[in-house]
Ligand binder design. Structure first.
Ligand code: SAH
Length: 213
């Protein structure tokens, strides 16, 4: 696939749209401007890549809407060198955004086909996050603790294993709720048993499911 001037122009427009919706962080906007989102979709759907919408990526899953990616990234407040765990690699697009912000990314996907596809795609684009095929509910104890954790699927509640794998003072961004819609939450771990929680409006994600496929 190529990244043409037309694609770059469409990306500029997408950045303007995301900016108008309230995202002002320059680093996040430049990551969106830089990453060819059409590389993550099937070539026949290329023209949809720069609409601010989610899109099917196979196995019944979706690549998140660019605004949602930007908003979750904004809430996470990524700093260079931070160690971040993402649950739900999906296409790998969000992982690339985190890498562009200088994070060290670990990401888990429960669908083997998506995991394999993302691995290949990211490698071909020169990104090298640590990708894992597994159950995100369990996290990655061997690589913990993490500075931050980003959950990109709808969770009925905060998974306790993930809370354990977060540093004290660390942040989890997670859409909490049922299948209709979820409340975006930012959780700050104040000590091993306590956290502070803030809520940030409604979103709609595919569900976080237990175990692997
Ligand atoms: N971040 C992705 C979009 C994620 S959609 C992107 O940038 O494209 C949510 C993803 O979470 C789906 O790919 C789904 O398969 C995955 N998922 C659902 N339950 C999971 C679990 N328990 N562990 C890991 N991944 C899970």
């Amino acid at each position: 696939m190529i990244d043409s001037y037309k694609h770059k122009g469409l990306r500029k427009k997408l950045v303007e749209e995301v900016n108008k919706k309230g995202i002002e962080d320059k680093n996040i906007l430049s990551a969106i401007e830089k990453i060819p989102r059409h590389f993550f979709l099937d070539s026949s759907f290329e023209s949809f890549a720069y609409e601010d919408k989610p899109f099917p990526i196979g196995s019944g899953q979706t690549i998140s809407q660019p605004y949602t990616v930007a908003y979750q990234t904004y809430l996470l407040d990524v700093k260079p060198r931070e160690k971040i765990l993402e649950i739900g690699t999906g296409s790998g697009y969000q992982a690339c955004v985190l890498i562009e912000l200088g994070a060290r990314v670990y990401s888990i996907e429960r669908h083997r086909t998506l995991y394999q596809k993302a691995k290949k795609q990211l490698r071909s684009m020169g990104y090298s996050p640590n990708l894992f095929y597994g159950d995100g509910y369990k996290g990655l104890p061997a690589y913990s603790p993490f500075d931050k954790i980003l959950i990109t699927a709808a969770a009925p509640e905060l998974p306790p294993e993930l809370f354990k794998q977060l540093k004290i003072g660390g942040v989890i961004v997670i859409p909490v709720g049922g299948s209709e819609n979820q409340t975006m939450k930012r959780i700050i771990k104040t000590d091993d048993n306590n956290f502070e929680e803030e809520s940030f409006g409604y979103f709609r994600f595919v569900p976080l499911l237990s175990d692997k496929e």
